[in-house]
Design a binder for this molecule. Structure first.
Ligand SMILES: C[S@@+](CC[C@H](N)C(=O)[O-])C[C@H]1O[C@@H](n2cnc3c(N)ncnc32)[C@H](O)[C@@H]1O
Length: 288
């Protein structure tokens, strides 16, 4: 397999500049970025000199702009993000990350589609590491609603993607009635994932494989090119490989290439790992 024909690529580098990808070359983006104002990401954003809520979203917006550039007409982007709460200057605040991301994509000119609310059945209300309701327990009116949902936001670049009548790859990728009924309803109950790689993977906050698996089946067809610009431990790559889609992912931290290789086992022989800028541009522009 030569590098230019490789179907699975991991770029160790920064998705704020995806120079390895041609304009209009990606059919589907499935990703979960670092969440602004969520404690486990504080150090990460600090190292990027993004300390305020606005700065954290400005950081992410640079990747969202690239997502727009590389998506093919009719291509879709699915973004998993959770809101955050924090007490600042003695005042409890909600940081509605999902609405910031929607605003950014609207400004970029993508079409916002109905989104999914992902309820993790294992999520219990917690505060400062202890199971608790936020605010003052059982007494009205100062208790706070617990954030026990995450969002899977869905955007499209331009109008609907078109196909030849009876396109065999499209028909070969169809879902069943049960799958359609469950996947296209707004609330998903999918268990969170166990973090098994110690400190580093705890920091990455992986999503369960079922999330990218559903999204890839819902919004792409066989052989499509799927992108994850915040790859982490490689969950989207694993799902794309199992579902015969091509894949490219970006991850800033070199240490994750070992985790991804370990996770993929012998399948990792099919993946090309490269540092950014060492690889020529891939993907030819696609049309709707
Ligand atoms: C929430 S995690 C992704 C978890 C992933 N969905 C999984 O299942 O393992 C976000 C990842 O984005 C990476 N990251 C943050 N900024 C990045 C950037 N500009 N380019 C590439 N990767 C970045 C972080 O290092 C982290 O591993």
């Amino acid at each position: 397999m030569t590098e230019t024909t490789a179907d699975y690529r991991v770029i160790i580098g920064d998705s704020r500049k995806m120079q390895e990808l041609a304009n209009n070359s990606v059919n589907l983006v499935v990703t979960s970025p670092p969440y602004p104002m969520v404690g486990i990401w504080d150090d990460f954003f600090r190292e990027e000199s993004a300390e305020s809520y606005d700065e954290m979203h400005s950081y992410l917006s640079q990747t969202w702009k690239e997502v727009k550039r590389v998506l093919a007409p009719g291509g879709l982007a699915c973004i998993n993000i959770g809101d955050a709460t924090r007490t600042k200057d003695g005042m409890f605040h909600l940081y509605p990350n999902h609405s910031r991301v929607i605003e950014t994509f609207e400004h970029l000119g993508l079409v916002t589609l109905p989104y999914i609310l992902w309820k993790k059945p294992t999520t219990k209300p917690r505060y400062k590491g202890k199971g608790a309701f936020l605010g003052s327990g059982f007494l009205p009116p100062n208790a706070y609603v617990t954030l026990d949902m995450e969002y899977i936001l869905i955007f499209r670049k331009g109008s609907l993607r078109t196909f030849e009548p009876k396109d065999p790859k499209r028909y070969g990728s169809k879902f069943t009635k049960n799958e359609r009924d469950e996947w296209f309803s707004q609330v998903w109950s999918v268990k969170g994932t166990r973090q098994t790689h110690g400190k580093l993977e705890r920091r990455v906050a992986a999503f369960p494989e079922e999330i990218p698996r559903r999204l890839i089946r819902m919004f792409s067809i066989e052989d499509d090119l799927v992108l994850d610009p915040f790859l982490g431990s490689g969950t989207t790559l694993k799902a794309a490989m199992d579902l015969s889609r091509r894949f490219i992912g970006y991850e800033k931290l070199q240490d994750f290439s070992g985790i991804i290789q370990e996770r993929m086992g012998h399948e990792s022989e099919r993946i090309v790992f490269r540092k950014q800028s060492v690889m020529e541009q891939v993907g030819s522009p696609l049309t709707a």
